[in-house]
Design a protein around this ligand. Structure first.
Ligand SMILES: *Cc1c(COP(=O)(O)O)cnc(C)c1O
Length: 394
């Protein structure tokens, strides 16, 4: 089996599993308790906070542990909106291809009277700092733009966007769930005010993540209760999960150069191989892209059938179509970069991990070629394209 769906979730690293399991049985105290059991857990928690802060260039008191990336996104956006509202500022800037944790939160705010500007994404999967600057108004209270896109892997010019936000005194949040642990992220150099990350996207456990909030930025809690996380996130801390996430992050960030050196040539080998398929196209910029991501559209086929047949060949991949909603809507990300519905339906995302070999890469290319050809063999859409009844787009 080849697991090529690391953008959905990653396998926990051995070290992260070890941290988690040993803490589950040994350090079960409540970090808020004053006796030794509690204080030991508290030490573990605060060490994890230092490690997580170090990994992104932050200070430990700027890290709030959450239940994952979605919670961090919600808290950052709803907080900035509430702050903005208090000052009569109800305009937010984002992009059309954010994760649903961001888009759905913005939709909620829209219903509450906020005005949301979703920037158009260029066909290479990038937005520019200039677009952000042009969209900023007197009443803009927040810019929220993802660091790396979860479907097409494109890396946004976060540093420049952050600079523009600083210049205009607008709070800047980035959903960095697909970036942290995969490429170098430094909240100071990148001019970031708030950043979301998630453990299970960098070989840590599921259900744990963090929100970075720059000192001086006010934050409201989503969950009422105890005074944990300095009153910014109630609920007894998931100490084993948090420490395990910190272990995974430290490991990933310590190995960013090795990760890139290993993955880039393999990623580009797969991209080159799949590009040989006629009427196919790479989605997203080939250069400003995380080392793990490969995303293609193929004309004349359905992404779902492609996935099922690849699964038969032992390859776990993903398609852009969101069949979860029951309607087979094509991916909002692919539509945002200008792919038309028919083309967006035939998409494939491969997100590779460090355990991949060159042989795996060649097997993936060979399998994708076979499956695409097979599916086109009985696709009525493909027949129309070949017979000239419809025009090729790709
Ligand atoms: C996975 C993901 C999330 C959600 O993170 P969870 O920890 O699963 O809640 C948010 N944003 C992006 C870009 C993601 O890839």
């Amino acid at each position: 089996m080849i697991y090529a769906d690391n953008a959905a979730t990653t396998r926990m690293s051995d070290a992260a599993v070890k941290t988690l399991t040993s803490l589950l049985s040994d350090t079960y105290g409540n970090p808020s308790s004053l006796y030794e059991f509690g204080q030991k857990a508290k030490e573990v928690l605060e060490q994890a906070r230092r490690d997580v802060a170090d990994a992104i260039g932050a200070q430990p008191n700027e890290i709030i542990f959450t239940s994952g990336g979605s919670e961090a996104d919600n808290q950052a956006i709803l907080s900035a909106a509430k702050m903005g509202e208090g000052r009569g500022k109800k305009h937010i800037i984002s992009t059309a291809f954010e994760h649903h944790a961001v888009l759905h939160t913005l939709n909620k705010l829209k219903k509450e009277g906020f005005e949301i500007t979703l920037l158009d994404v260029h066909e290479n999967g990038l937005v520019t700092a200039r677009q952000v600057e042009e969209a900023i108004r007197e009443d803009t209270c927040l810019v929220t733009i993802m660091y790396a896109n979860n479907e097409i892997g494109t890396i946004q010019p976060i540093r420049e966007i952050g600079e523009v936000c600083r210049k205009h005194n607008v709070t800047f949040h980035t959903d960095a769930v697909q970036a942290v642990g995969h490429i170098r992220v430094n909240v100071v150099d990148d001019n970031i005010d708030m950043l979301s990350a998630s453990g299970h996207k960098f070989h840590g456990p599921k259900g744990v993540g963090f929100l970075y909030v720059k000192k001086g930025i006010r934050i409201f809690n989503l969950i009422e209760g105890g005074a944990q996380e300095k009153g910014r996130r109630a609920g007894t801390e998931n100490v084993p999960g948090i420490a395990s996430m910190a272990t995974a992050l430290k490991e990933s960030v310590g190995n960013l150069d090795g990760y890139k050196a290993k993955l880039l040539p393999i990623r580009d080998r797969i991209i080159k191989g799949i590009s040989e398929i006629p009427h196919s196209a790479l989605n997203g910029d080939a250069v400003s892209r995380v080392p793990s991501n490969i995303n293609f559209c193929f004309e004349g086929i359905e992404g779902e059938s492609l996935l099922l047949l690849l699964d038969d060949k032992g390859i776990a991949a993903s398609s852009g179509s969101a069949c979860t909603s029951g309607s087979l809507d094509p991916s909002h990300v692919l539509l945002a970069i200008g792919r038309v519905h028919d083309v967006a339906h035939g998409s494939l995302r491969l997100s590779i991990g460090e355990d991949i070999t060159e042989e795996d890469a060649d097997y993936i290319v060979k399998s994708v070629k076979e499956v695409v050809e097979y599916l086109r063999g009985f696709s009525p859409v493909w027949r129309d394209l070949v017979n000239g009844k419809k025009d090729f787009i790709l």
